[in-house]
Design a binder for this molecule. Structure first.
Ligand SMILES: NC(=O)c1ccc[n+]([C@@H]2O[C@H](COP(=O)([O-])OP(=O)(O)OC[C@H]3O[C@@H](n4cnc5c(N)ncnc54)[C@H](OP(=O)(O)O)[C@@H]3O)[C@@H](O)[C@H]2O)c1
Length: 313
């Protein structure tokens, strides 16, 4: 990529998108194309084609997606599959038509089967069953990965995907209906602290293992790949290299960061979810990329964002 290459970051206000924009700016990329959801609805094919023809981006980071929590997914399965498929088909076909040099599609480590062998390697994609509630999201994500593969096979477009583990960072929602594990636990524990609660209830046994990256590391890997990777059609796991934390350890770190003096109590009557979902990132690591932000440091940065969001209210 040249420093003045035209780079479109689809979903630039989201967690991954914001971090990619910061990273690109820091590296001196000056020609970023940023359109909010309101300015450009990527589910609309006519708008998307018109945008690509007018702006002719050379590189595309496809981070825009309809994502949500378990209840949202369970209540809106048709909307989840449609919106995600539309965003992917519209952006990828327009990128092909406008001869985009490279496109990076954000897949997800959550698309691997629930019973995949751990740590999960890329070849496990079709090796077993997928969770029912996540099915619409998973099918759409797999379609995105496959679209990149087929556009490479048929047209040699350098379109490829990353499969990130869970991540968090600036831009994360602290709204309990939408928030993912770390921001949601942070908000609930902060509120327990404010109320002076002596105990904090953690759902489940606290035993399941999770893999996380701070969003800055996600951006670092995506920009690195956009700069050096030339293999269209491929998909690469994007994890932290195998550092797993139990839900209990995550809760302990958040407790330390927000200085909550109370006791953590576990509620085994609540579901634990998948026991382990750790990806094998050796394919990416062999290219020379490494994450830089330890989990606790990421949690501290997220806590600063949380406190800022409270000051803004
Ligand atoms: N967060 C995770 O832990 C995680 C883990 C694995 C994979 N992923 C994947 O990584 C990608 C980025 O995730 P994220 O957490 O950064 O998501 P996010 O914070 O929810 O951001 C998604 C972005 O997509 C935009 N968007 C949604 N629908 C759109 C539409 N129709 N037209 C234009 N823009 C639209 C949103 O814009 P508005 O805000 O304006 O609606 C938002 O900027 C997603 O593909 C997600 O599936 C995320």
């Amino acid at each position: 990529m040249r420093k003045d290459s035209k780079i479109f970051i689809a979903g630039h206000r989201g967690v991954a998108g914001q971090a990619i924009v910061s990273k690109l700016r820091e590296l001196g990329y000056s020609n970023l194309i940023l359109k909010s959801h309101l300015e450009l609805d990527l589910t609309d094919q006519k708008q998307t084609n018109g945008f690509f023809r007018a702006y002719r981006p050379e590189y595309v980071f496809l981070c825009a997606a309809r994502i949500g929590g378990i209840v949202d997914k369970a209540e809106h399965p048709a909307e989840f599959i449609m919106s995600n498929l539309q965003i992917e088909t519209n952006v990828i076909s327009a990128a092909h038509e406008c001869k985009v040099r490279k496109l990076l599609f954000m897949g997800s480590a959550y698309v691997y089967p629930v019973d995949a062998k751990q740590p999960i390697c890329e070849e496990s994609l079709f090796s077993g069953e997928h969770g029912k509630v996540d099915e619409p999201y998973i099918i759409a994500k797999i379609a995105g990965v496959k679209l990149c593969e087929y556009y490479y096979e048929q047209y040699h477009d350098i379109f490829f995907s990353v499969m990130p583990c869970a991540f968090f960072g600036p831009g994360d929602s602290f709204e309990l209906s939408k928030a993912t594990v770390v921001p949601s636990m942070m908000r609930r524990m902060y509120e327990a602290n404010m109320r002076g609660n002596e105990q904090f209830l953690v759902w489940g046994t606290g035993k399941p293992l999770r893999e996380f990256l701070y969003s800055r590391d996600i951006a670092d890997a995506c920009v690195f790949l956009m700069e050096v990777y030339e293999k269209g059609g491929e998909y690469l796991n994007l994890g932290n290299g195998g550092v797993e934390l139990s839900i209990e350890e995550i809760a302990q770190i958040i407790k330390k960061v927000i200085r909550y003096p109370g006791k953590l109590v576990f509620d085994p009557s609540k579901p634990d979810g998948t026991f382990r979902k750790t990806v094998d990132s050796s394919k990416l690591m062999r290219l020379g990329w490494r994450p830089k932000t330890p989990f606790e440091e990421g949690v501290r940065k997220l806590y600063d964002c949380f406190l800022d969001s409270k000051r803004e209210i």
